[in-house]
Design a protein. Structure first.
Length: 205
């Protein structure tokens, strides 16, 4: 989707790039969705299903920037183990694969040892599928396949020494197919490079 690349290019041209890029990091993002909801494309019936329990996610993450602002890119695997439609039960389970570029501010930059609050904004592309298993026979004619949505997200949280915890909301849509996605998550970021400095007395604050 061309729009996604335009979003990422806008991030790269953001004002912080003009500053000296002094640090980089690599690690993981993990957590759990407090709530998730997916509306399938019209070609898959346009039905919605949701879940508020057992929605873990995990994936790799990289950071580039300064102590107060950074660009990060992450790829997640998000598994809604028991997601289903309350209106008309068809089957169980959600699966999504978001790829997200974020601008991280304050102590959520992932690149500072100081502690405090921060926030993030971002966007990207997410592939989704509902009714992973147990699709009822009467709905076999509606094949369940991965469908894309363009996503935007924002979050606020607390960070220290490469570790960050945040509350994140993410909304996705595809105007061509009427597909929609919505996720609210408790997210943990771990920058392994910065976390190693905790036991290094020579590392700078």
């Amino acid at each position: 989707m061309k729009k996604v690349f335009i979003i990422i290019l806008c991030f790269l041209n953001f004002g912080f790039v003009s500053k000296a890029i002094s640090q980089a990091g690599i690690g993981i993002v993990t957590g759990i969705d407090l709530y998730q909801r997916y509306t399938t494309p019209d070609s898959q019936g346009g039905a919605s299903s949701g879940s508020a329990v057992l929605n873990p996610f995990v994936g790799p993450k990289v950071w580039l920037g300064t102590k107060e602002v950074s660009l990060s890119v992450e790829a997640q695997v998000n598994w809604g183990m028991v997601g289903f439609s309350l209106n008309e039960y068809k089957g169980l389970g959600h699966l999504s694969f978001p790829v997200i570029a974020n601008l991280n501010f304050g102590k959520l930059s992932g690149l500072t040892r100081k502690n405090g609050l921060g926030f993030l904004i971002g966007g990207g592309l997410q592939y989704n599928r509902t009714e992973l298993y147990g699709l009822r026979p009467e709905f076999d004619h509606m094949a369940r396949e991965l469908f894309p949505t363009m996503i935007f997200q924002a979050g606020i949280g607390y960070g220290i020494s490469g570790f960050g915890g945040s509350l994140v909301g993410r909304y996705g849509f595809d105007n061509d197919t009427n597909a929609k996605t919505f996720n609210i998550a408790l997210q943990v970021d771990m920058n392994f490079v910065k976390m190693k400095e905790i036991d290094d007395p020579a590392s700078r604050l």
